[in-house]
Design a binder for this molecule. Sequence first.
Ligand code: ZN
Length: 240
Amino acid sequence: MEDFADHVEHPRYGSVPRFTGLDPNPDAPEVHLHWNTGCLTQAQIRTMERLLGWCPAFPDDGTRVVRGTAVAADLSRQTPATVPVTHYYDVDKVCRDCGRRFIFFADEQKHWYEELGFPLEADAVCCTPCRKRLQRVARMRARYEQLVHVPLRTTEETLEMADCCLGLIEEAIFHPRQTQRVRMLLNRIPGDRRSEQRFQELKGRVRGAETKGKVDRPPNGGPATGSGNSGVREGLPAVG
Ligand SMILES: [Zn+2]
């Protein structure tokens, strides 16, 4: 039995594979496994290439299928696919974001492809905590962009914008110098709202981000990490 102690915990499925004792023969004509198992036959790969126009590449990063963990699929519930999948397997993977190992569970895949309606071509590339964090970052970015374009922001909206901006600095998406913008936003909050907990909390966080920005920045005002005027780091990893 392999050691899964270092694997990232999934809030619903845990961190250890679930052995079902089911292990269909991937070469059998009635069996078609997900490409993320790396167990497709040459004929199946050719079929996928022909029907999809692309060949899903099995990652060369230590990804491996965990034998004996198969779960039968309900093909009628899958999004109509070019090549339906007959069984899901627990797949032991490496998170593209944090580099830790995690299991993409057979039951989780069943949930993705049969309950949530995800296309079978989709695959998990990040562990659950990283996925959640990336989704949160995407939400903050979208909301921030929205609020930038509001001409007359309410106090609530200004606080929310400061909150998003700070969150994006804390996630190293925005450059630390964007704390100046947060300060500007907080300066617009009327005096009678400044004793509120939310305002005080934001002030504490902006001080924290400024301190951290000074520590991270090279001395003598050299260039810090991050790009140009927008302060937006390009190339966000894909959300799996
Ligand atoms: Zn991760």
